[in-house]
Design a protein around this ligand. Structure first.
Ligand code: APR
Length: 253
């Protein structure tokens, strides 16, 4: 593993324009369960039942009660881990330009990343279905389900439900980022949900090197991605960043 960490760190230190694509796995070490695989949310709930826009519109109370209120408790207390912090450090070093995240937990921004595309929106804000008024999720009381705006309208989280399209500006920014990077780090995603999972394919087609960090292989492994560093994102990223800092320090001497 040490050899692989060294090889990845050398590629990162030599890159001109890194983009990261992250998924739920990067936040597992921050206490937020993934959707798929061991302990995944979709083992407990059927995503089409609780995370599809039609389910929300037909029974907002059920979706709020089943999915959203439990996520609110998780997200209020979650903190960035070494993987989020490592990507923010790569941006600070001028090596990484953009993080495209499928996560709605805001942990990349909390870790200091500045250029973040929230591909599936964000859970930080709610929007009234009737008047469009926006409030911060942390500021609303969940005593009343579903929470309502002063106008009486129901609040919905500003995340992208299944059955909804990715906001055009986010899709566009992600496609541009994927087609202009020379290295894409794909961290903690099962790479099964489109169009997010197509970003590494766009990057590869544009000549970029694709490196995955994940305890498990994914459909990208061995086809689109050049390397898979098999391990937990926080643990692996900590080692990679330490090696990158060492390489850069040597270069400066
Ligand atoms: N470090 C890195 N990767 C991990 C870790 C960890 N500690 N723990 C689990 N993983 C990996 C799993 O092996 C899996 O490949 O993270 C991935 C989690 O996959 P999913 O739960 O499917 O999450 P994600 O890929 O982000 O899902 C995409 O599906 O349900 C929708 O909107 C939801 O954005 C989500 C999208």
């Amino acid at each position: 593993m040490e050899e692989l960490i060294k090889k990845v760190a050398e590629q990162i230190a030599a890159a001109k324009h890194i983009v990261a694509l992250t998924g739920a796995g990067i936040s597992v070490e921050s206490g937020i369960p993934p959707f798929r695989g061991k302990g995944g949310l979709w083992e407990k709930f059927d995503p089409m039942e609780v995370a599809h826009i039609n389910s929300f519109m037909s029974n907002p109370e059920k979706v709020w009660r089943l999915l959203i209120s439990s996520m609110k408790d998780l997200l209020v207390s979650a903190k960035p881990n070494a993987a989020h912090i490592g990507l923010a450090r790569l941006e600070e070093l001028g090596l990484l330009k953009t993080v495209i995240t499928q996560n709605i937990d805001g942990l990349h921004q909390m870790a200091g990343s500045r250029d973040v595309v929230e591909f599936h929106g964000s859970f930080a804000w709610l929007r009234c279905l009737d008047c469009g008024n926006r409030v911060k999720t942390v500021d609303i009381e969940l005593s009343q389900m579903p929470p309502r705006c002063e106008c009486g309208g129901i609040y919905r989280p500003e995340c992208v439900f299944f059955g909804e399209s990715i906001p055009m500006q986010d899709l566009d920014r992600s496609q541009v980022a994927a087609s202009t990077c020379d290295l894409m780090l794909v961290v903690g995603t099962s790479a099964v949900v489109q169009p997010a999972a197509f970003m590494p394919v766009i990057a590869r087609q544009s000549g970029a090197t694709i490196i995955e960090i994940n305890p498990e292989p994914t459909p990208l492994t061995g086809t689109t991605s050049t390397l898979l560093v098999q391990g937990k994102a926080g643990k692996v990223m900590r080692k990679i960043i330490a090696e990158v800092e060492r390489i850069l320090a040597d270069k400066r001497q």
